[in-house]
Ligand binder design. Structure first.
Ligand code: GLN
Length: 543
């Protein structure tokens, strides 16, 4: 039996990947939370990596970092932004974690001579994790998203586990399935067959969905719901249309109109009261207001074909733009292009430059160049982690004239390692989960741009790095106008630098993007956008 009558919603996906199970789950979370329920979200990822920390962002998009230092799937970022709540290690489970746990127990002899099998050992371990997601607080509703698409071999143990979980907790569980209703131009019709097949596939593994969420490019006729209901064995009210929306932040409102929360609560035997969504509506009103000025921000990175690689940064910029009553156009620039003198004109015409976090030396010189360009041309600059490292390298090379200045991450033999490996990282050999990860405190110096942004003396931000500013160079930097405005409380680690004689040049060792929320924009992003907007206004006045 479940504890405290916690209710469980399992979301699976069919027909194709990338339908947005994460956004749907997070949106449902928003609707339920607004009605006073304590909600948490959890993601099951069927791959064998212990976490996505070792995966290339091209493969998997951004690695999101939680307060407790877990490297997780980017959907956790959506969850946190939508339900405005910090999530933890228990909220992202991979097949790798499950198998690791089972095999560790096997080696320890915990299974007392039994043959270790997918059922029951792996499925039991999964069921334990479902329960664990609500252990940190009394939770009314747990929403669990199963990654992948029905039919994938990888997700079978998870599906079997949620089937069993519902069998054992009938009153407290429902299944939700997200599919696609494609529109065929040639016949001028919406098609339900892929959805029927997907529901059938789900049934072959013993799961009958209670609610069907149907993605479509445009609204489909109401009669189609009847047909889907009949063929897929769900009530008509439980066929929810989810058409494409201009912004992901429209989805909670869209699903509210479709009464997803009402149907869900009814099926879970919980009371429904209409969600007000006051702040949510205010936020979406701002983002859709026409005629807002648009500022242009250059995001200089190396994963430029997939904006998912920088999803939290992109979302944080959007939140901050809304707070400044403007729109933000993001030009994703490949730093290798800058090295080849391509796209420099985008830097010249933009209102702000942002260099996000990153690893590996591909494109590093282009990022240094972008930071130099912002410094020399008084363009607002926000550097995030590696974005701080490149700012330091540029300053060392071009202002302090330190020959070959570099980060020892990229050139271990450099005579001037202005960025160097953290002392406790020196002997670490294993790559996965071994960086300085998660929330750490930072002390802020008053009368700095950093203080102006936060209006606080001490903050806490999330980290993900192995390298840091090399304190032996601190005095030289200070003498030439670098302010070390944020440090660890013991002052041993530099957390934030800024430039004295510059419009707004702030670079931090941490990742503020992970803590931005739609209607609670992050102070650093808000200030960065404010200054970029100011620059745009000044440029327009001069013309
Ligand atoms: N590669 C750098 C380090 O490990 C920066 C990491 C980051 O940008 N998150 O320190």
């Amino acid at each position: 039996m479940t504890k405290n009558n916690t209710k469980y919603i399992f979301i699976t996906g069919g027909v194709t990947s990338s339908l947005g199970k994460g956004i749907v789950g997070a949106s449902l979370g928003v609707l339920l939370k607004d009605q006073g329920h304590t909600v948490t979200l959890q993601k099951f990822d069927p791959y064998l990596n212990l976490d996505p920390g070792t995966m290339n962002p091209y493969e998997h998009g951004e690695v999101f970092v939680t307060e407790d230092g877990c490297e997780t799937d980017l959907d956790l970022g959506h969850y946190e932004r939508f339900i405005d709540k910090n999530l933890y290690r228990v909220n992202n489970v991979t097949s790798g974690m499950i198998f690791h746990e089972v095999l560790t127990k096997e080696r320890r002899g915990d299974y007392l001579g039994n043959t270790v099998q997918i059922i029951p050992h792996v499925t039991n371990e999964i069921k334990k994790r479902i329960m664990a997601s609500s252990q940190t607080e009394i939770t009314d509703i747990v929403i669990t998203e199963i990654g992948g698409t029905i039919g994938d071999i990888e997700s079978l143990p998870f599906l079997e586990a949620i089937r069993q979980f519902q069998f054992e907790n009938k009153e407290n569980c429902i299944h939700m399935h997200l599919t696609l209703i494609p529109y065929l131009d040639s016949s001028g019709e919406f098609k339900t067959k892929p959805t029927q097949h997907s529901v059938k596939e789900l049934r072959t593994i013993g799961i009958q969905t209670d609610i069907l969420i149907c993605r479509s490019t445009n609204p489909f006729p109401i009669e189609l719901k009847k047909k889907i209901a009949l063929f897929c064995d769900v009530t008509e009210e439980a066929v929810i249309m989810c058409q494409d929306a201009p912004s992901i932040y429209d989805v909670p409102l869209l699903l509210k109109n479709e009464k997803l929360d009402q149907v869900t609560l009814k099926k879970l035997s919980l009371d429904y009261k209409e969600a007000k969504l006051t702040e949510w509506k205010q936020y979406t009103d701002i983002i859709h207001k026409e005629g807002k000025p648009t500022i242009s921000i250059c995001l200089v990175g190396k994963y430029t074909t997939l904006s998912d690689s920088y999803i939290s940064v992109v979302e944080a910029l959007k939140h901050a733009a809304a707070a400044n009553a403007c729109d933000c156009k993001i030009n994703l620039i490949n730093s290798e292009d800058l090295e080849n003198k391509k796209n420099i004109s985008l830097l010249e015409t933009c209102d702000g430059i942002l260099v996000p976090g990153g690893f590996g030396d591909r494109g590093i010189e282009g990022k240094i160049l972008a930071s130099k360009y912002a410094r020399e041309n008084n363009i607002p600059y926000l550097g995030l982690c590696l974005g701080m490292h490149v700012a330091i390298i540029d300053f060392a090379r071009h202002v302090l004239h330190l020959e070959n200045a570099h980060s020892s991450e990229f050139k271990s033999t450099t005579s001037n390692p202005v960025i160097d490996i953290l002392p406790h990282q020196k002997d670490i050999k294993e790559k996965g989960g071994t960086m300085r990860l998660g929330a750490y405190p930072c002390k802020i110096q008053e009368q700095t741009k950093l203080y102006d942004a936060y209006e606080l003396n001490s903050i806490s931000e999330r980290h993900r790095h192995r390298y840091e500013f090399n304190n032996t160079y601190k005095k030289q930097f200070e003498e030439k106008g670098v302010i070390f405005s944020g440090t660890s409380p013991d002052q041993k680690l530099v957390e934030v630098i800024e430039l004295k004689d510059h419009a707004w040049f702030v670079a931090c060792q941490f990742h503020p993007e992970f803590k931005s929320r739609p209607y609670k924009p992050h102070p650093l992003f808000k200030s960065f956008i404010k200054e970029s907007y100011m620059r745009k206004k000044l440029k327009t006045q001069k013309k």
